[in-house]
Design a protein around this ligand. Structure first.
Ligand code: GCV
Length: 709
């Protein structure tokens, strides 16, 4: 009977199915100096608000990693001391070298002594971050004397954006339903909320927007605010502030006003009163995220007002409470005939200097919409008098949902490292992000969450790495993706060098692989319509031009690609001169962005000596081959990974391979209609004809947009 129970419980072990994320505290081998010694006596500052949280984490970790129960002591000279900087006593000051450390809010110092460690910080949040970092270093096998680390966050608002609807569907969510069980809140507090907060705090995320940018005003009504408060109370000890999306027309929908005009005194008062109400219940409420006048959402332009007038009205209502507005720059209009890639820049750049100090303009990493590859958004660096934050998409709307293994920090890094040249060479997007380029005090980085109710949180076990990597880059946008990949692999699966040496480069390649088999050489937005699942380069019947694939690839008998050079839409002119001239000239434009910026003849000679047409097929094939190779490599990692997760990833890689072939075949078959050339030999002949690929329908593909208000 007992044996049977063990078998069954093993079968359902949530840890082995990825619930524990990167901090499930697997057993570690006692190293030479002795972790056990370190955990013998632990002193946690009794004056801090999050003592219980830190103690719980230490106890969980000590038990999980070393099977010991640490003794908690009042004496500050313990083997592990976690104490606020202003409360360091003489003995600690003498025992540890704290003089030359420079700490900032939320930052921490981990200082090893001989067989002891001190973790200190200016504030309670910093102590928690320092504790997590210390435990992570031990989990990945660090030697105690090498534990020294002083780290300050470079970005202030490190925030997840949940596109979660109040009915628990998740727009572009591929990991089950929303983890917010609104129906049972505020009374029922799912333990998952605490684990969610722990996970975020463990990587330095300090903010979360609970609701979809396609917003529902209902969340701002009194009963719903109580539900939000329940979550905020759970997250507070973990240093996480809660934000909501604000539907611009809320004063009309739930406030009985006749208008939502931001300059109308009654509207201003309504929002000011709403903020008073929110802060009464949630004193550390973060503020609002707003999608306005975009894809059918209401906004200030409905009343002839500018985006700045709309944002500032909300900013003024929040300012007395210390709240902020994140105003999204993702706008493009069905009435504007100009290239969609240009519209946000044209709309917002003239407004530079007119936004309040507590407004952050939230700009997607590229000018279209989270494609597998885009050039960086030209707005970065172009608004010196405005706070600006990048928005990345962690959920894989355009990168294979939660089926494909894609390590996104590589993509995030590409944008962050991009040089805007706005203040001369070296003016990277990271410098806009951390505020160092223009001296902004308010900085942020947003990631559209990939979290859902699936046991492993993110659908694909490796999609956890994208949540992890986003958090690490939001803390430090200068971190390199290789470091992040290795860290995550070591924390999540194994610190064995053979595993890490094999899997780190493999992870780093995955983003390029997906670009190759979906949108090579600068192609973009050629996925199927609506749900965005699978290839759909033939899409041409959507109600708006700029929702059609043909708008983006412009295939014709002469060639392929969108001419955004000065001879075309002139989108290149929105970049600084150095970048504009690079992209503008077909000869200097990087091949990875060629079809983004140029309409290229089918017989154009590429750098590899092949024609464009042949290169296209060769690149698609490379993508397919790289998935096959990844699967082969994965099969060698069995001994490092819990069996259920190993099997799950193996099965998902099979699907990824199948879908990579589908992308190659559907796209090449379609483009052949225009090129009239034979398929390059290396890719073989697609299994089906174009009508077959066009006939495929997926009415139940996940993550589809629900009906908006
Ligand atoms: C939340 C794309 C997505 C939409 C999303 C929108 C946005 O268009 O397909 O689902 O809406 O971006 O970022 O607002």
């Amino acid at each position: 009977m007992i044996a049977l129970f063990l078998v069954i419980s093993k079968g359902f072990c949530m840890q082995d199915q990825g619930y524990g994320l990167w901090f499930d505290y697997r057993p570690v081998t006692e190293n030479t100096i002795g972790y056990t010694t370190l955990f013998q006596q632990v002193h946690i500052d009794p004056e801090i608000s999050n003592k219980a949280v830190i103690q719980n984490e230490i106890e969980l970790a000590a038990f999980g990693m070393l099977s010991i129960q640490p003794e908690m002591t009042e004496a500050s000279s313990a083997t592990l001391t976690i104490i606020r900087y202003d409360r360091l006593n003489k003995e600690l000051l003498q025992a540890f070298d704290v003089n030359n450390i420079s700490l900032k809010p939320e930052g921490f110092a981990i200082l090893p002594g001989s067989r002891t460690v001190l973790i200190t910080a200016l504030d309670d949040a910093g102590l928690l971050y320092g504790t997590y970092r210390f435990l992570q270093r031990i989990q990945s096998g660090a030697i105690i004397k090498n534990l020294k680390e002083i780290s300050n966050p470079k970005v202030k608002v490190r925030i997840l954006n949940h596109w979660d609807n109040l009915d628990r569907t998740v727009e572009r969510g591929y990991a089950g339903s929303s983890i917010w069980n609104w129906h049972k809140l505020p009374e029922y507090k799912d333990p998952r909320y605490t684990d969610y907060a722990r996970a975020n705090a463990s990587i330095g995320i300090n903010s979360t927007v609970l609701t979809n940018v396609n917003a529902n005003a209902l969340v701002l009504t009194p009963d719903w605010i109580k539900k939000v408060k329940a979550l905020a109370d759970i997250f507070r000890p973990y240093g996480i502030r809660v934000y909501l999306t604000a539907r611009f027309s809320a004063p009309m929908e739930i406030g009985n006003l006749q208008t939502a005009d931001p300059l109308d005194p009654a509207v201003k008062k309504w929002w000011a009163d709403k903020c008073d109400e929110l802060y009464k219940l949630i004193p550390d409420f973060g503020g609002f995220l707003v999608k306005a006048n975009s894809e059918g959402q209401p906004g200030p332009q409905n009343y002839g007002r500018t985006h700045a007038e709309g944002a500032n009205m909300l900013a003024d209502a929040l300012a007395p409470h210390g709240g902020i507005v994140m105003w999204r720059a993702f706008v493009y209009s069905e009435h504007d005939r100009d290239d969609r890639a240009k519209q946000a820049f044209s709309e917002f750049v003239p407004l530079d200097g007119t936004f309040r100090k507590n407004v952050l303009l939230q700009v997607k990493n590229g000018p279209i919409d989270f494609q597998p590859r885009e050039p960086f958004h030209p707005m970065f660096g172009a608004m010196p008098k405005t706070n600006m934050m990048p928005e990345f998409q962690i959920t894989q709307e355009y990168l294979g949902f939660s089926t494909h293994l894609v390590f996104l920090p590589k993509l995030f890094e590409e944008t962050l490292d991009a040089d805007t040249y706005r203040q001369g060479s070296g003016s990277t997007v990271s410098k806009v992000t951390d505020g160092s380029m223009f001296g902004n005090a308010l900085t942020g980085m947003a990631g559209v969450s990939n979290i859902g109710s699936d046991i492993n949180w993110t659908g694909h076990p490796f999609a956890q790495a994208n949540w992890y990597g986003f958090g690490r880059l939001a803390w430090d946008p200068y971190l390199d993706s290789a470091t992040i990949a290795r860290e995550w692999l070591a924390l999540t699966y194994s610190q064995e060098p053979a595993f890490l040496d094999a899997m780190t480069p493999a992870l780093l390649q995955t983003r390029e692989t997906v670009v190759k088999y979906m949108t090579p050489l600068g192609l973009h937005h050629i996925m199927n319509a609506g749900h965005h699942y699978g290839p759909g380069p033939w899409i041409d019947q959507m109600s708006r031009d700029d929702w059609n694939s043909v708008y983006y690839h412009k295939a014709d008998s002469t060639g392929l690609g969108f001419d955004r050079s000065s001879k075309g839409s002139n989108a290149t002119s929105q970049y600084a001169q150095e970048i504009a001239s690079l992209y503008n000239d077909i000869k200097t434009c990087p091949e990875e962005l060629l079809l983004w910026f140029h309409h290229v003849p089918w017989n154009y000679k590429m750098k590899n000596g092949e024609t464009l047409w042949n290169s296209l097929g060769i690149t698609y094939q490379e993508g397919v081959d790289e998935v096959a190779n990844l699967n082969k490599l994965w099969q060698d990692q069995k001994k490092y990974v819990p069996e259920p997760e190993f099997n799950e990833v193996s099965m998902l890689l099979e699907i990824q391979y199948k879908e990579a072939c589908w992308w190659r075949d559907a796209c090449m078959t379609y483009f052949q209609k225009f090129s009239h050339r034979p398929f390059p030999e290396v890719m073989g002949t697609p299994e089906h004809d174009l009508n077959y690929y066009k006939s495929l329908e997926f009415p139940y593909a996940p993550g589809i947009r629900p009906k908006w208000n």
